[in-house]
Design a protein around this ligand. Sequence first.
Ligand code: CU
Ligand code: CU
Length: 336
Amino acid sequence: MSALTRRSLIAGGLPLLGARGALLHASKAGGHAGMQSHAGHDGGHANFRGGVAVDHAGNGFDPHEIVRDFDWGKTSRLPNGRVLREWELHALDHEIEIMPGVSFAAWTYNGRIPGPTLRAREGDRLRITFANGSDHPHTIHFHGVHPAEQDGVPGLGAGEIPPGGSTVYEFDALPAGLHLYHCHVRPLAEHIAKGLYGAFIIDPADAREEADELVMVMNGFDTNFDRANEVYAANTIGFAYMDRPITVRLGDLVRVYLVNVLEYDLINSFHLHGNLFDYFPTGTGKTPSEHTDTVMLCQGQRGILEWRFAYPGKYMFHAHQSEFTELGWQGFFEVA
Ligand code: CU
Ligand code: CU
């Protein structure tokens, strides 16, 4: 089994669910008997899952909460009247169940993947206290405009923060748009793929239109150390939004802050069923670049999607790489 890869299994035409069950079995000896016993059923993931769900409480976070959780920080005013927002981020080693029965030895910010979705308004002052409670050195590298010493890379400013160490990153919220943050310690692929990343939203001074806002960080997990992902998702837990769709209201403006941090695959994508959306790359402009139903993103690319559902019902969203879809990156919107 160890000689098999995810791709050879799928390419070899094995029944998908059998392939997935076998892979996950290989990734963690024992503990997957339930998956194996469901492997021969047809079609849907529900058969494979056997009705067993991830223990979100055990993980300490739930993707259904993360999808609408925006952290504006502790807010105060500086003497000059500007808004100061403060956060505390802790790097923590933390085991996470990414699919039923599949645990992943993650590195996290604040115990969750993705880390908190940090949100500010253009021009706010931002102060992020970073404490490293992990067994490895880490940083926080923010995308956006800031001085070099605040860039969170080794050898600049505070550089690598050792286990037990801490530092403060402070800079202005610029420019308006959808950004991200992640660890920048080498080997970079591992430090990102282990879970040290999150979305970082800067609202424009003239606020966007009121909307039902969602954040989706597209990610994946290499459970057997072969530098390929066995599980794909938006917001970490494979199939989470298939089991429990994201409910939205008919006619409401839906806005998705979409970030791709997927490691080991060159490209990822988001595809919406039954509708098309306006796409604002990096969220830095107010004129959409495209009206489409599919966007493709490299690692670090992100954008804002906006649309309204015209009909009630259930609409899928997923990566348009079928392989990613079948390994967890798919979900439903339920429109009522
Ligand atoms: Cu790191
Ligand atoms: Cu980056």
